[in-house]
Design a protein around this ligand. Structure first.
Ligand SMILES: [Zn+2]
Length: 436
């Protein structure tokens, strides 16, 4: 189960700039934004690192600022449109945006802002110049509730989001009270308050990841199942009559083999048609039939990798042979826990039938940027797999003494963060933009 304590929210909120008025000049080099889908963009919803929104010709994404990425050229542009702006934190830059989940587009880009509580839907014009409050979202009056917030999604006119125990939907732009509860668990697990006001989170606390495909809404929730254990289970809501039923449960390790991390995390599964495709780090690639609940192994990925992470599209599963973070006491690992995955040098591209189609070497990035890299897969489309490459400095030792105690500290410095992509067909790897 994915840990959703969004502790970064407060940090990121500090980066936010209040709504800005329009600027004197249009962004001449910014693209006309057209062709936003009205449907949930499944392949773009698999990364915890960046939020993407697709147009005909490119992608909008956020990483402290709003960017536009042209699909053909791979060129990324800060969506600012303000003359002579250096896009820095103090510049009043149009593109500055905090934590945010992109929802949908049109003449403006709709997103969920995190700078205010309760959460609200905002819009920003496609030149970055105009911001607007669109609607406030309704939540339970429970202090713990909003800490469970995960990405809300947009699908066919509605925003779907969840509180700690309830899935809501509300029309985009609708009144707060127009929100309808679609589902709540029978025995909700909630955070308990301690005497000193702290919160104790039950490790079995329910959590959702939302998904939509055609006339169906899905959510993955951790619930107690028949044998008494807590498992990630997939629920399906028919958007015609709003009926909800459970269609799949994370299988037993005895069935699918052991894997490194318990459960199935958001980056490792993908629903399309009547199937859930899932990859288990340290295990294999599987297909679960959502009509029968039965699972079938479709690729022996364990033969290629010991560990890994994966992203899916309607055509592909892209698997990176990285590894989960080692013990925090391992001196080579950043003690702040920022390094979730490390290493990796090959992306394996499979068809959803399990056929291995391409092997992509990431060695050119190691050659270009140095040996200490980590990769985070973002998404794949019909022509590329996109990912972040992070440079880690060599561990540096520092020592000193204070209060009569001497100490030594080992730090791993985070260097550049690069948006990159690789083409399975051609094999080439491109560094597109240095984000930090
Ligand atoms: Zn700017």
């Amino acid at each position: 189960m994915k840990n959703t304590k969004r502790v970064l929210a407060a940090l990121l909120a500090a980066l936010c700039v209040p709504a800005l008025g329009s600027c004197g000049k249009d962004g001449a080099d910014l693209p006309a934004a057209t062709g936003f889908s009205d449907d949930f963009q499944k392949n773009l919803h698999q990364s915890e690192e960046l939020s993407f929104l697709e147009t005909d010709a490119g992608y909008y994404f956020t990483y402290g600022s709003l960017y536009y990425l042209d699909k053909d050229s791979g060129r990324a542009t800060v969506v600012c449109g303000k003359p002579d702006c250096d896009h820095s934190e103090d510049s009043g830059c149009n593109a500055r945006i905090g934590c945010d989940y992109m929802l949908t587009g049109g003449d403006a880009i709709y997103y969920v802002g995190c700078e205010n509580e309760p959460k609200e839907v905002l819009s920003v014009s496609t030149d970055g110049a105009k911001r607007r409050h669109v609607q406030e979202l309704k939540f339970h009056e429970n202090t713990a509730a909003q800490s469970s917030w995960d990405q809300g999604i947009y699908h066919r006119g509605y925003v779907y989001y969840m509180d700690d125990d309830t899935v809501f939907r509300v029309p985009l732009g609708g009144e707060k009270d127009a929100a309808v509860a679609l589902w709540a668990p029978e025995n909700p697990e909630t955070a308990q308050k301690t005497e000193d006001g702290g919160l104790v989170f039950n490790p079995n606390w329910i959590h959702y990841t939302l998904w939509a495909d055609g006339d169906l809404l899905y959510f993955m929730a951790n619930v107690q199942v028949e044998d008494g254990s807590y498992r990630d289970a997939l629920f399906r809501c028919d958007l015609e009559d709003l009926s909800v039923r459970r269609v799949w449960v994370t299988p037993d390790p005895e069935e699918v083999g052991s894997w490194e991390r318990a459960g199935v995390s958001v980056s490792q599964w993908y629903v399309t048609g009547d199937a859930i495709y899932f990859y288990l780090s340290g295990g294999d690639m599987w297909r679960g039939d959502l009509n029968t609940g039965k699972n079938k192994k479709i690729a022996d990925t364990h033969g290629e990798t010991v560990y890994g992470s994966a992203v899916f599209s309607d055509d592909y599963m892209c698997l990176l042979n990285d590894a989960p973070r080692r013990s925090p006491t391992d001196p080579e690992i950043d003690t702040a826990g920022a390094l979730r995955h490390y290493g990796g040098d090959t992306v394996y591209v499979y068809g959803l039938d399990g056929e291995l189609l391409h092997e992509l070497s990431l060695q050119p990035l190691h050659d270009e940027l140095g040996a200490t890299l980590s990769f985070d897969l973002l998404f794949c489309d019909e022509s590329h797999v996109y990912f972040l490459t992070t440079q880690w400095g060599t561990p540096s030792e520092s020592s000193g003494s204070g209060d009569g105690v001497s100490f030594s500290v080992t730090t791993n410095n985070r260097g550049g963060v690069y948006l990159c992509r690789a083409s399975p067909e051609g094999g080439e790897v491109q560094t597109l933009y240095q984000l930090r």
